[in-house]
Write a new protein. Structure first.
Length: 165
């Protein structure tokens, strides 16, 4: 049996739920769904009993935050994204093989880094796992971690990121 973790995009895009898979999400996903149809899909899946709302343990969330920081993804992942990924780690620790359904490239990148699969619906998905460098296009400095408000503390230019070679 497959263990599928559904991101916000799964409900927006209308991911088909089958009977031979177990579905999980975190409660915060509902807060990210803006459209009526997506909310109805979420509520329908939850009320049918096919969808399990589960909050991951704090140690798993901390591990995702540490690994996201190391790969340069931390400022691109929302708190909900981090919890979804932490839920994947928790399921993996229970001997399950999770698959994340998400169109978010940062979520896909981190899922690959954490050792589980991803499926995208409306996008091609990532082709390779990347590690990012945060840099200032103004003064050309690089940073190991995100800076406050994504602004260079030296010259005040908005920071960008690029893949490490």
């Amino acid at each position: 049996m497959r263990h599928v973790i559904l991101d916000t995009s799964a409900f927006i895009q209308g991911y088909n739920l089958s009977t031979d898979e177990e579905y999980y999400t975190v409660p915060e996903v509902l807060d990210e769904i803006r459209g009526e149809l997506g909310r109805l899909r979420y509520e329908g899946a939850r009320s049918s009993g096919k969808l399990r709302e589960t909050s991951p343990g704090e140690p798993w969330v901390r591990e995702v935050e540490e690994r996201a920081r190391a790969s340069g993804e931390t400022h691109k992942l929302s708190a909900t994204d981090k919890k979804l990924l932490a839920l994947g780690l928790q399921l993996k620790a229970q001997g399950k093989e999770p698959t994340v359904v998400s169109d978010d490239y940062s979520v896909q990148n981190m899922a690959s880094r954490l050792g589980f699969r991803f499926v995208s619906q409306a996008t091609r998905g990532i082709k390779k796992v990347l590690t990012w460098t945060i840099y200032c296009p103004g003064c050309r400095r690089t940073f190991d971690s995100p800076q406050e408000d994504d602004v260079c503390p030296v010259c005040g230019t908005e920071l960008k990121r690029k893949p490490r070679r």
